[in-house]
Design a protein. Structure first.
Length: 402
């Protein structure tokens, strides 16, 4: 075939549907699961939908992306929300992000946080450090580091915390002592709104419904239950676990590179780089209790709690019940015996980790592969923590470039 697309998550589905919209018919999508959607799939639990990959939604900041997706699920089938996310820290429940909402804390805590921010490296002219843990102290001050950022990120990344770089954080604005003080005095948040401040979510379905429709639109150009086994760059051939062989002029891979059990024709140093890529596995667990809160997401740095955040889906998914926890795989054992019986789903591939050497590894890998006619695309094809709207945008652009 002309195009072979590996994976039917947002990246693969967008690229494939853009091909079809241009009149291209000589392409095929291979998907490991029995339905489309990837990390954005939804299941029915206790009479309401839940997104197995976590709190996924459609951001409003890319109108051209939304216009494309509304072709499959019209805008009138979506509700629009103002994001309400909270942090529970030191006995305070405040809005996120923490540095913009210190004014919501107890007065004595505000004083301590302000004192630490005043002497943070970004406010005293110290050069930005290269290690992630050092960056937290430099950017936010020791108080936020100790009470929130360090324990929260340890719950998410554990040992990998010391291996993370800071290259992905450079665009974040500095935490100004003057602005933080002003916000405490005037009792309002300062600065620009955080990402995903407004978003769409389906009125009647889980987020996965959108991607199911995009998969259905491809008709016979998509095959399910096809788990990729290996790739041969010399012949541009992909093999599957059931013995299938698929060759194409152009291959677009949106699956994790470490999922290729066999790679032929790739230089050893690039192949070794793939082995150094890291990721986290995260479990979602259902609790039927209805919480008395208007928050949609709540973050918990407390190391005594297994999970690092919860999603109160009834506050953005109509007719939903209870709440869901998000927990790194290594911490799941902390749930009680009774809680272990709750419905849960483990995502082996949740978040690509921004380790110090990753940019060089991925640049080398993607540049070389593209020279062979194999393109990495999306969260896993590029090993970047992209949200679904960003992934769709990248897939639209790649379809035009190729």
């Amino acid at each position: 075939m002309k195009y072979l697309i590996l994976g039917a998550g947002p990246a693969g589905l967008t690229f494939a549907n853009k091909l079809k919209m241009r009149g291209e018919t000589d392409f095929l999508v291979l998907e490991r699961e029995s339905e489309a959607g990837g990390l954005c799939r939804s299941v029915d639990v206790d009479g309401s939908p839940f997104d197995i990959g976590g709190g996924h939604f459609l951001d409003v900041v890319r109108p051209h992306v939304n216009e494309f997706l509304f072709k499959f699920m019209p805008e009138e089938e979506w509700d629009r929300y103002e994001r309400d996310s909270r942090i529970v820290v030191n006995g305070n429940t405040i809005n996120s992000p923490i540095e913009a909402n210190i004014w919501q804390m107890k007065l004595e805590d505000q004083v301590e946080y302000l004192k630490a921010i005043a002497v943070a490296g970004c406010n005293t002219g110290t050069p930005m450090p290269e290690a992630f843990v050092d960056w937290i102290y430099w950017k936010l001050g020791s108080k936020i580091a100790h009470d929130y950022m360090i324990p929260y990120n340890q719950k998410m990344f554990a040992n990998e915390l010391t291996e993370l770089g800071t290259y992905w954080l450079e665009k974040l604005p500095s935490v100004s002592f003057e602005e933080t003080l002003l916000s405490c005095l005037t009792k309002r948040a300062y600065g620009t709104q955080p990402g995903h401040a407004k978003f769409y979510y389906p009125k009647k379905y889980g987020y996965g419904e959108l991607w199911l429709r995009m998969g259905k639109a491809l008709g016979s150009n998509i095959e399910y239950n096809k788990s990729v086994k290996g790739i041969n760059f010399s012949t541009k051939t992909v093999t599957t676990q059931d013995g299938g062989k698929y060759s194409a002029d152009i291959i677009v891979t949106t699956i994790p590179w470490m999922e290729f059990n066999e790679i032929i024709g790739m230089p050893d140093d690039i192949k070794e780089g793939i082995g150094k890529l890291k990721f986290s596995s995260v479990e979602m667990r259902y609790f039927s209790q209805n919480l008395d809160t208007t928050a949609q997401w709540i973050y918990y740095p407390d190391p005594n709690l297994a999970y690092h955040r919860i999603m109160v889906r009834r506050n953005f998914c109509p007719n939903s019940k209870g709440y869901w926890t998000e927990t790194r795989k290594e911490r799941v054992h902390m749930f009680t015996a009774e809680e272990q019986n709750n419905y849960h789903y483990l995502n082996q591939y949740s978040y690509p980790l921004n380790t110090i050497g990753k940019p060089d590894i991925m640049k080398k890998l993607l540049d070389w592969s593209e020279g062979q006619g194999v393109y990495g695309l999306g969260r896993w094809g590029e090993h970047q923590h992209y949200n679904s709207d960003v992934t769709v945008d990248l897939a639209m652009k790649m379809s035009e470039r190729i």
